[in-house]
Design a protein around this ligand. Structure first.
Ligand SMILES: C[S@@+](CC[C@H](N)C(=O)[O-])C[C@H]1O[C@@H](n2cnc3c(N)ncnc32)[C@H](O)[C@@H]1O
Length: 302
């Protein structure tokens, strides 16, 4: 295919402070971005470093990307957004070069399907995973913190059914199943990820133990003994009543996508509900002193 006939993909790239990155990512969506990737010092493709996040927003047309750049400059004149245009489809696979097997938890090794089977951890399993364009390689701190909590409480998880809200690639549902959960219902409000979850289920021989569908908490009517939700705090706040409603009596709820600076308020929000959950433990990653960049995962039960 010649360069002229190859597809062109415009991106707006802008470096921002971690404190405003979520807000600006939302602004980019409002300006017409079809996707916004946040790169920081913990993501597969790194951001610019300490306390800074690089937002990479994809647009369907170059003209839309140019208007978004003008709008960003009007919102904050100190921002220096730029356009990067990628020609051809090869970039879609570029991340694969960096995605090698790694220990997600003491008992789960994550491996992409294009490598040779790694040795599973003692008393553990290999989870074959291709996230495609869904979130959930396992390399983000929030994913690994929730996976670690599932591993640490695997005795209680064993034989139980789990609901994964905001499943992305399906990674947390698969971790739970490999650790002994009986079945998983994996839901996401992004219809595009469902196929990715189904493919990953197939890869791991878990097709008959995972039900993947486009849904959010409001669409689910029954209770589960285990519920996990790795979504941002700004989604978990309004979702609290609905999410807690889905946790069976004596069940577990694990939340992440929460910054250290948001921890106490989210714990208070969930403990304040009449359901009467108790706070079991919080796992942390990153420099807790930098409360706006360190991530937490919170386990409730009751
Ligand atoms: C941070 S990703 C987590 C993916 C994966 N569970 C993990 O831990 O790596 C959050 C996911 O939640 C989904 N999501 C966001 N808001 C949601 C909502 N209200 N209901 C269901 N899913 C939602 C997004 O589409 C995205 O796939």
């Amino acid at each position: 295919m010649s360069a002229e006939s190859e597809p062109r993909y415009p991106f707006v790239v802008v470096d921002v402070s971690a404190e405003v990155s979520d807000e600006l990512a939302a602004t980019l969506f409002e300006l017409g971005a079809s996707g916004v990737e946040e790169r920081d010092d913990q993501t597969l493709l790194r951001g610019v470093g300490a306390g800074r996040v690089t937002l990479v927003a994809s647009f369907a047309e170059r003209a839309e990307a140019e208007s978004a750049i003008e709008a960003l400059r009007e919102i904050d004149a100190t921002l220096t957004p730029r356009i990067e245009e990628v020609v051809g489809d090869a970039w879609r696979d570029a991340w694969k070069e960096h995605f090698a097997p790694f220990a997600l938890t003491p008992r789960i090794t994550v491996a992409p399907p294009w490598v040779e089977a790694p040795t599973p951890p003692a008393d553990g399993h290999v989870l074959w995973l291709e996230p495609g364009r869904a979130f959930g390689t396992g390399l983000h701190a929030t994913t690994s913190l929730v996976a670690e909590l599932l591993d640490a409480h695997a005795d209680e998880l064993s034989g139980k059914e789990l609901l994964d809200v905001g499943t992305g690639s399906g990674i947390l549902a698969f971790v739970a199943l490999k650790l002994g959960a009986s079945r998983a219902v994996a839901v996401d409000n992004d219809a595009d990820v469902i196929e990715v979850v189904e493919e990953n289920a197939e890869r791991n021989g878990l097709r008959d133990r995972v039900e993947a569908r486009e849904a959010t908490t409001e669409d689910i009517t029954r209770e589960f003994p285990w519920v996990v939700a790795n979504i941002e705090a700004r989604v978990l706040r309004p979702m609290a009543e609905d999410l807690v409603r889905l946790v069976a009596k004596g069940g577990w709820l694990i939340l992440s996508g929460i910054l250290e600076s948001e921890h106490d308020e989210i714990v208070a929000r969930y403990l304040g509900l009449p359901r009467g959950l108790r706070h079991v433990e919080t796992r942390r990653r990153g420099d807790a002193a930098a409360a706006d960049t360190a991530w937490v995962a919170i386990a409730f039960a009751g």
